[in-house]
Ligand binder design. Structure first.
Ligand SMILES: Cc1ncc(COP(=O)(O)O)c(C=O)c1O
Length: 371
């Protein structure tokens, strides 16, 4: 059994995708070819923002807005410690300081009530709090109805990390459309992934998008050898754009299939494990189906039983970021973010993809319930 099945999906889009790739190879527009522009248009339409700027990875999609907003030394950017390292790494790459905010016990996402106190803590450390990066963890959008006012009250701007959330919704509004600007990843394992690295940035802000467009290609001005600011090579490959265009044609159908798989898991396991909580009015794109065992020992026992049965499982994330060696300079200690720490001790993820068969879900649940 596979954790993520990309082969069945590939077979569905193979013919059309090969035609597109063949035409790219024939016309030679490997860099910023027409498929890149087409993918950007389709992605912006899908998310419902005025602009989409494709780029080289989800990490660069987070870094480019921070560079465009001139976040740098002396600034604080608030985010969750219970996320993939890239969310905080970009803050450090910009030269600013990550200030962590614990997550909600229910949803794995940042706790809006803890943003204000974290802003005060940052000020006490002599930092200028500038921005908030909520993460749509495991596919569930963060609590934007509460985060939007909290961000404004605290004089921050918001960068949504929708790397895992693309396809999720809040009140019908799509992940990728929250905050001043949003970032997603097309890493192959994501619900909408390409066949290599890739990402995209979304915003409605006309000025910001032009700044970010410049940063994406070496800080170009009127032409590419007129460099007006420090930028990077953050372009999205044309062939990867072709993959995204073809995958988008089946994406909504795949989201329904993911939803069915998640519902089947939760129905059977809700009395044995803490299954994901999806608040009223929210939908998840189910980037992961992560559950909580009763204790670290219980998790070890269940993961061993799954392994014995040939079923893969994984832990996202075993060490919260404030306890990572890379962040020891921030002087956080164990106990600072108890909810994230408890999740790291008990969380584990089960196979999740649109092509998971009902019998496979039954088998996985039988193993867990019988362990
Ligand atoms: C929450 C989160 N943020 C950022 C990233 C970075 O994306 P990428 O791997 O495309 O650079 C990821 C991807 O794994 C992620 O899960």
């Amino acid at each position: 059994m596979q954790f993520i099945d990309l082969i069945t999906q590939k077979n569905r889009i193979r013919e059309n995708l090969l035609k597109r790739i063949e035409s790219i190879i024939d016309n030679g527009q490997f860099i910023m070819g027409p498929d890149v522009i087409e993918a950007e248009k389709k992605l912006a339409d899908y998310v419902g923002t005025k602009h989409c700027l494709s780029c080289s990875s989800g990490t660069d999609a987070l870094l480019i807005p921070l560079m465009a907003k001139r976040v740098g030394p002396g600034d604080a950017v608030l985010t969750t410690p219970f996320t993939f390292v890239a969310t905080a790494e970009v803050i450090s790459l910009a030269g600013a300081t990550p200030v962590f905010v614990d997550v909600l016990p229910g949803t794995f996402n940042i706790d809006p009530s803890k943003v204000g106190p974290a802003v005060e803590e940052a000020k006490k450390k002599g930092l200028n709090p500038k921005a908030l990066i909520p993460v749509d963890l495991f596919g569930l959008p963060a609590e934007y109805d509460r985060l939007e006012p909290v961000t404004a009250e605290n004089g921050l701007w918001m960068l949504e990390d929708a790397a895992q959330g693309f396809g999720g919704t809040v009140g019908g509004r799509k992940a990728g459309s929250f905050g001043l600007v949003s970032a997603t990843s097309f890493f192959p394992a994501k619900p909408l992934g390409c066949y290599g690295d890739g990402g995209a940035i979304f915003t409605n802000d006309d000025e910001l998008v032009e700044l970010m467009r410049s940063i994406r290609v070496h800080g170009g001005g009127e032409d590419k050898y007129n460099n007006v600011r420090i930028g990077m090579n953050g372009r999205f490959d044309t062939i990867q754009a072709a993959v995204i265009i073809e995958k988008l044609t089946i994406f909504d159908e795949e989201l329904d299939l993911r939803q069915k798989a998640a519902a089947a898991y939760s129905a059977r396991m809700k009395d044995r494990l803490v299954v994901p909580v999806i608040p009223e009015g929210y939908t998840s794109c189910w980037a992961q189906y992560s559950v909580l065992a009763n204790s670290p020992e219980d998790r070890e026992h269940l993961m061993a039983a799954l392994k014995k049965a040939g079923i893969p499982s994984a832990i996202y994330y075993p060490i919260p970021l404030h306890l990572q060696k890379a962040y020891e300079n921030l002087d956080y200690k164990k106990g600072d973010f108890p909810v994230s720490e408890a999740f790291s001790d008990r969380v584990f993820a089960l196979p999740m993809h649109p092509y998971l068969k009902a019998e496979d879900i039954e088998t996985i649940c039988d193993v867990i319930l019988g362990a």
